[in-house]
Design a protein around this ligand. Structure first.
Ligand code: ACO
Length: 428
């Protein structure tokens, strides 16, 4: 709590509201008593000025382009850590010792198989179903298979559910892909790392052995780290809101997946690559820049702009370098990478983008990498969901352990009809 109070005068009555300090970042005004004191609500569509919770997981300074997970800069984690270590960090608050990390990896590895009956779910979907539709359905259905980890008031069950979700998500995601291309599901293999195992379940076929390329494994692991958590974004807030009613963890994560699917959120990497392909060649860029600036044209530069970052998204920096490494290693000469780099340069020097502080976000380059690795565009958001699962479960656990937690229930500014009497149909 800060020494300062915020003073608000409404209708001649003045009241003080406590100002709360975080460890870093903006202070917040505690308005919990506002309605009781004034009979008024705050109006904040999109929650642009509202802190919905207290959290110790992720910190973003959007003006400076800083992203910290439990205090560690995302660039350091992406370059020096591993996705499994970042998962442990997010869930437990501290980096693990060697033994703790080994134990954690063993636990996650031992949970990668899914109930065999779950495979029948896939067959209920049309072959051309979007894999995110499959993910929403199958992840929600996990609660029907793992009853022993749905009591949210038991910390042990919460931990098991968290481990299950992190461990099974690659298996479920790879199965969604396999189903869409008509290939047999591939079982996990415990001698492989989390990321290598996922690549194998996705790209191997029973007819021949698949040896994951270390450069691709490393790139994929980095992509997972870059997407692991991101403060109170739309899908995370959805998970928290769903969880605030006491819903089981699998249902909450399915809700998060549904929210992530939208093109303004996780669907942007798919949309960004589609846009780059549509632009096709560097000479077409000015036409698209003009469209993005035209108020009468709904077109936006996908992969550009962010609700919080008003500077370069620090994840985009790592992503651009990773894209270069992967394309070089695979010997892919994809013109979309040239289009992306040129588009970035032109936009960064254009007064419209400078004034509105629009910079490339994490999705701008990720599609280029994922496409080079061999993922179809429909899988991009699935990979995001896979990586974000740890953030979702860590935030969900934090919420449930928070004594200030209440069921999420925003209020509204009502502008509909005032009370009126029902008129029978024959008199209307
Ligand atoms: N291209 C062109 N203009 C843009 C773009 C863009 N990508 N993004 C924002 N603007 C403009 C808007 O037209 C608006 O202009 P105005 O003030 O003249 O009306 C201004 O910048 C502010 O835009 P808002 O939509 O109000 O900003 P908000 O913070 O609500 O939106 C968002 C953020 C949704 C990410 C937006 O920048 C966008 O649509 N970007 C493209 C989609 C995208 O890349 N999403 C991924 C986000 S990252 C993630 O989810 C992992």
């Amino acid at each position: 709590m800060s020494d300062n109070n915020a003073t608000l005068t409404v209708g001649g009555a003045t009241k003080d509201y406590a100002v709360m300090d975080g460890s870093v970042g903006p202070q917040v005004i505690d308005v919990r008593k506002l309605y009781a004191n004034t009979g008024m609500f705050t109006y904040d569509p999109g929650f642009t000025s509202t802190a919905s919770c207290e959290s110790g997981l992720t910190y973003i300074d959007g003006d400076e382009g800083v992203l910290l997970h439990r205090g560690y800069p995302i660039g350091q984690l992406a370059e020096e850590s591993s996705f499994m270590e970042v998962c442990y960090l997010l869930l437990n608050g501290e980096l693990p010792s060697k033994t703790e990390l080994d134990d954690f990896i063993t636990t996650i590895t031992r949970h990668t198989m899914v109930h065999e009956q779950l495979t029948t779910f896939y067959r209920g979907f049309r072959r051309d179903a979007h894999p995110m539709a499959i993910m929403c359905g199958v992840v929600g259905a996990l609660s029907a298979f793992y009853h022993d980890s749905t009591d949210i008031n038991d910390p042990v069950q919460r931990k098991i559910a968290s481990h299950r979700l992190i461990a099974k998500m690659p298996t479920i995601a790879a199965m969604a892909y396999k189903y869409s291309v008509g290939q047999p599901f591939v079982y996990p293999r415990n001698d492989l790392s989390y990321t290598a195992n996922f690549l194998r379940m996705t790209f191997s076929v029973p007819a021949e052995e698949y040896i994951p390329d270390p450069v691709i494994v490393d790139a994929m692991d980095k992509i997972f780290i870059l997407h692991a958590d991101h403060e109170q974004n739309a899908s995370t807030s959805t998970v928290r809101l769903a969880g605030s009613s006491g819903a089981n963890p699998f249902a909450c994560i399915a809700a998060g997946i549904a929210c992530l699917w939208g093109p303004a959120h996780g669907g942007a990497n798919e949309a960004a690559l589609n846009m780059l392909r549509e632009i096709g060649t560097v000479d077409k860029i000015p036409e698209y820049i003009a469209r993005a600036k035209n108020k009468d044209d709904p077109f936006r530069l996908m992969g550009f702009g962010h609700r919080v970052y008003k500077n370069y998204d620090p994840r985009a920096t790592v992503m651009q370098k990773t894209a270069k490494d992967v394309l070089e290693k695979l010997g892919v000469n994809d013109p979309v990478f040239d289009v992306a780099k040129e588009l970035e340069q032109i936009a960064l020097n254009d007064p419209y983008f400078i004034e509105k502080k629009l910079y490339p976000n994490v999705d701008f380059y990720s599609g280029v990498i994922l496409s080079a690795i061999g993922f179809p565009t429909e899988m991009f958001t699935v990979l995001f969901a896979l990586a974000r699962t740890v953030g979702w479960v860590a935030q969900w656990n934090e919420m449930i352990s928070d004594p200030a937690q209440k069921i999420g229930r925003p209020r509204q500014l009502y502008t509909g009809p005032t009370q009126r009497d029902y008129v029978p149909v024959e008199k209307r």
